[in-house]
Design a binder for this molecule. Structure first.
Ligand code: PAF
Length: 281
């Protein structure tokens, strides 16, 4: 595995792969890799000749007062994990090269970006779509793999990619969970033991709502209240528990088509998100 920091060098490497007929798989990350990221690398490797993993803590997707400064970073550990999972090139650009002084271009995805995370974190998705568009132009992937845990992000990036005609097959891989159900996230590193125990109420609540759905419950209100109850009991601060159309993210009252049950909450000072898709088998 090689590590590339320079944008032009990464573009030249991508051009060489393409000229040789090699398919490029891409997994964009902000580092501090966990098994969720590694599953994305494995998925990319299974269908591509080479896999590029980017590590870039993108400042433009963090709002004022968010955790940009304390976001966990460990490049040596990430490099070892990525290589073991099958990464061929680690792309680690400098912030000043991605956003040089005077930088002024952004990609906005309207509609689906204004609800849920978009409502709670204004400007967040503009930062995500902008950096992923830039990364696509640098890494020139055939396939890019994102995680279902960030369901709204995946939906927005698919829409951006289609609407801006990126020639990238954008794929979404399932959420990877700890054995006790907690969705894997780099931010889990912030949790102390009691916050972590409380955070388990998120996946517990989602599982309970899913079981109710399987038993025929179709009222969004009832399913939402099941999740909220679990989370409140555990002492989490709920940001939202939402039941929305899995494709459009419009709110639903009765679940007559595939729905996304999405949650955001704080365990102590750590903001966590998780979701489950409810649809008939
Ligand atoms: O999901 C993430 O880690 C980030 O939002 C992404 C897609 C790498 C863009 O910075």
């Amino acid at each position: 595995m090689n590590t590339v920091h320079d944008i032009r060098e990464m573009q030249r490497l991508a051009d060489a792969h393409r000229a040789a007929g090699r398919r490029i798989g891409f997994v964009p990350t902000m580092g501090f890799l966990h098994d969720g990221h590694l599953s994305l690398i494995t998925a990319a490797k299974a269908q591509c000749d080479v896999v590029v993993v980017s590590i870039f803590v993108n400042p433009t997707q963090f709002g004022a007062g968010e955790d940009l400064d304390r976001y966990p970073r460990d490049l040596a550990r990430d490099a070892a994990l990525a290589e073991r999972a099958g990464c061929d090139t680690l792309f680690v650009p400098e912030e000043g090269a991605m956003y040089p002084p005077g930088y002024g271009t952004a990609v906005d995805c309207n509609g689906v970006a204004s609800t849920l995370e978009g409502a709670s974190r204004p400007g967040h998705f503009r930062g995500v779509t902008t950096v992923v568009a830039k990364l696509f132009n640098i890494v020139k992937p055939h396939v890019a793999v994102f995680g279902q845990k960030d369901a709204q992000q995946a939906l927005i990036l698919k829409k951006m990619s289609e609407e801006l005609n990126f020639d990238v097959d954008l794929q979404i891989a399932p959420t990877v969970r700890e054995s006790d159900g907690l969705a894997m996230s780099s931010r889990n590193a912030y949790l102390d033991a009691s916050d972590r125990a409380a955070a388990l109420s998120i996946s517990r609540g989602l599982r309970e709502a899913e079981a109710q759905y399987r038993n025929g419950e179709r009222s969004a209100d009832t399913l939402r209240r099941t999740v909220e109850h679990e989370m409140r009991l555990a002492g989490l601060t709920i940001d939202y528990v939402a039941l929305v159309d899995a494709r459009t993210l419009e709110e639903m009252e009765m679940l007559e088509r595939p729905a996304l049950l999405a949650v955001a909450a704080r365990a102590g000072s750590t903001r966590l998100i998780d979701n489950v898709v409810l649809q008939e088998r």
